[in-house]
Design a protein. Structure first.
Length: 188
């Protein structure tokens, strides 16, 4: 277990050219995206059950392909923050990142999993690994998450990891997003 109580991860000592390290959990592999992941990325973000909770509304396939391209042309090229393809049994099943955001005033974890993997504990394993990376590798003292208020499953998952509700954010469309924070456990 990490200092936060999140499941421990192993980080390979060498970072790929993207600057994003490879992370491993008991069941998941978090690797920097490769160009061959584009169709899987577009399928994930295009799934209405996933997209419902990601971003600012529906997007087109072209917009999702452009977003995937920016992972390489901006995020990896400039080493802005860590972004991963999430694999289970060698299959691309999700997306993860940890990045500084204005909304949180710190680093926010972001994750999405394909709906056919929901309910297996993979979300908890994934969010825990990202938080552990934030505390361990990045040296953060807290990690944040923003979750749409109706997304009860993600809110419950993050609460089980120890995230606490800090405040509500009102979105442009009037909806509510919850800001949650997990603090690093103090060293004994």
């Amino acid at each position: 277990m990490s200092p936060s109580g999140a499941p421990a991860t192993a980080v390979e000592p060498l970072r790929p050219a993207s600057g994003t390290p490879r992370l491993r959990t008991r069941r998941l592999c978090l690797d920097p995206y490769v160009p061959g992941d584009e169709d899987g990325f577009v399928a994930l973000f295009g799934d209405p059950r996933v997209h419902r909770w990601m971003g600012d509304g529906t997007s087109s396939e072209d917009a999702d392909r452009a977003l995937f391209g920016r992972i390489f042309s901006k995020v990896y090229a400039r080493r802005l923050f860590d972004v991963w393809a999430v694999r289970y049994e060698a299959r691309l099943i999700g997306h993860a990142e940890i990045k500084p955001t204005e909304e949180s005033g710190g680093h926010e974890l972001v994750y999405a999993l394909h709906p056919d993997t929901w309910g297996r504990g993979l979300g908890r394993e994934l969010a825990g690994a990202i938080a552990a990376h934030g505390f361990g590798t990045l040296g953060l003292t807290e990690v944040h998450a923003t979750v749409a208020a109706p997304n009860e499953a993600s809110l419950a998952l993050l609460h089980r990891l120890g995230f606490v509700h800090v405040r509500d954010l009102t979105e442009d469309d009037g909806s509510t997003t919850r800001l949650l924070t997990l603090h690093a456990a103090p060293l004994p």
